[in-house]
Design a protein around this ligand. Structure first.
Ligand SMILES: *[C@@H]1O[C@H](CO)[C@@H](O)[C@H](O)[C@H]1NC(C)=O
Ligand SMILES: *[C@@H]1O[C@H](CO)[C@@H](O)[C@H](O)[C@H]1NC(C)=O
Ligand SMILES: *[C@@H]1O[C@H](CO)[C@@H](O)[C@H](O)[C@H]1NC(C)=O
Ligand SMILES: *[C@@H]1O[C@H](CO)[C@@H](O)[C@H](O)[C@H]1NC(C)=O
Length: 440
């Protein structure tokens, strides 16, 4: 299996690379190589760290995985990383569902079995907690001392599939995301989640989608007087036409939903529309009761690359430079991106009316924004209404103010750090490695 090396640069929209920042730049880039690994899906995450060892959190494999059928694609036990809370956070729990795309065919799921996204045999035994998972108060002001759990993603269908038979056309593949979700919740309840006074289910990318799918169920696990809320980061995948008028994302979901029998999650919805449509957040949120925060860029990098201008719809690569660097989009491409933003805002119009919900829809070319201190909370983080994402989310969770922030259209926000992908290739979901730099 080829491992594609992906190079990424972050930089602010203006000013361009300043020579004087070279020293700081190396330090920051080293940190980003570690922290961005969680959503960029490289399978070469570093196994040892020279600093910050206090932040390393062990992998726990599920105890009764076999009996409960809570298995990764290859039949290995599912797992999670738990860092205990302390002080005033001892009875508060923050869960984070890892992302990493989906597999849509027996062939792509069989390849995924050979990575950490399909097998706990390949998962790092320890990972660093950053961003919303950081235990450093200055980097994570409201949640640093909570119990925090990163739930590893290894089922290929956003913790939502459930197929009894593991033999698929002669290939052994376990499609058990729903059972993984249930078994991990069960185990965490026993680890102290059952005594939580406040709880927060979060997730990014395909883990953000899983957050929409499971949020109400999570709420139902805990007593009514417990504060329970959810946050989906970069998970509001849109059901829209791509640049040549095809529903590429719908057909991806159609494959995933049929392969893993995901339709069972949405009994009401599938009686009135295609099962694949029911897997989109714009449909799921219509039935959700639990207060939820939608964190999403209006120019989400993954969506521009895979929903709006997927390779199959751009055989000439005429969108390639724009997909790698939003500053290279020409005026007609920018117009199409503005249309994509309008589609997102339309899809969110129902959510805007939900009083207890929150949103932060920025105009930065990024994907997961809770996962790194650069995007989550630092002096140079992107801001809306002069607040970082961490401040906006904290204000909303603790009801310090109403948070429904929508940024002005690109390129108006000077606080953005826009990703720049310098490839040989755009990362292939689940199979890429990455080197990341950050240019001020
Ligand atoms: C199973 O194999 C048959 C015959 O090779 C093929 O037609 C069918 O599409 C396969 N099913 C899946 C889900 O790949
Ligand atoms: C922008 O790029 C696209 C794709 O290469 C091209 O079709 C279009 O004509 C360009 N538009 C402008 C205004 O240059
Ligand atoms: C981000 O976090 C890393 C690791 O904790 C730290 O070394 C770095 O200084 C932080 N960067 C910023 C901008 O806060
Ligand atoms: C998309 O096309 C580019 C340019 O041809 C290529 O480098 C990249 O690997 C492709 N991405 C995927 C996901 O296939």
């Amino acid at each position: 299996m080829a491992v594609h090396r992906l190079r990424l640069w972050w930089r602010r929209r203006r000013p361009y690379a300043a020579a004087g920042a070279a020293g700081a730049f190396v330090v920051v880039s080293a940190a980003l190589v570690l922290t961005l690994s969680s959503w960029l899906r490289e399978d070469e995450a570093p196994r040892s760290f020279s600093s910050d060892s206090a932040d390393l959190v062990d992998l726990t494999l599920l105890k009764n995985a076999k009996e409960k059928g809570a298995l990764c694609l290859d039949g290995s036990p599912a797992g999670y990383h738990l860092q205990r809370g302390f002080g005033s956070g001892s009875n508060s729990w923050l869960l984070h569902l890892e992302g990493g795309g989906w597999c849509r065919s027996l062939q792509s799921c069989a390849l995924r079995k050979l990575t950490a996204l399909g097998s706990s045999n390949y998962m790092e035994r320890q990972i660093a907690f950053h961003g919303i998972l950081s235990n450093i108060q200055s980097q994570n002001p409201d949640f640093y001392n909570w119990n925090k759990v990163k739930i590893r993603y290894c089922d290929g269908a956003s913790f939502s599939g459930d197929v009894e038979n593991e033999l698929q056309n002669g290939t052994t593949l376990f499609f058990r995301g729903q059972r993984i979700w249930e078994a991990i919740m069960d185990e965490l309840l026993g680890e102290g989640l059952a005594e939580a006074k406040q709880a927060f289910l979060t997730g990014c990318s395909s883990g953000g989608l899983a957050t929409y799918v499971h949020c109400d169920n999570f709420r139902a696990l805990l007593p009514k007087d417990v504060t329970v809320k959810c946050l989906a980061d970069g998970g509001f995948f849109l059901d829209v036409n791509d640049i040549i008028g095809k529903r590429s994302m719908r057909s991806l979901y159609d494959d995933v939903v049929h392969l893993q029998e995901v339709g069972k999650r949405f009994p009401n919805c599938i009686s009135v529309m295609e099962p694949a449509q029911c897997f989109f957040p714009q449909e799921i949120v219509k039935n959700m009761k639990t207060p939820t925060f939608i964190l999403n860029s209006a120019y989400d990098a993954w969506q521009i690359q895979h929903v709006l201008a997927p390779n199959a719809s751009d055989p000439q690569d005429s969108w390639l430079s724009c997909k790698l660097d939003i500053n290279k989009c020409n005026s007609s491409q920018i117009e199409i991106l503005q249309g994509f933003r309008e589609d997102l805002l339309d899809a969110l119009s129902e959510v805007k009316k939900k009083r207890e919900w929150g949103m932060f829809i920025d105009s930065c070319f990024v994907h997961c924004q809770t996962s790194t201190n650069i995007t989550w909370h630092s002096p140079s983080s992107p801001r809306l209404n002069d607040k970082t994402i961490a401040e906006a989310v904290g204000d909303w969770y603790f009801e310090r103010r109403v948070v429904k922030e929508i940024d002005c259209p690109f390129p108006c926000n000077p606080t953005c750090h826009n990703l720049v992908f310098v490839s040989p290739t755009i990362y292939k979901t689940g199979l890429s490695s990455s080197v990341i730099r950050f240019i001020r």
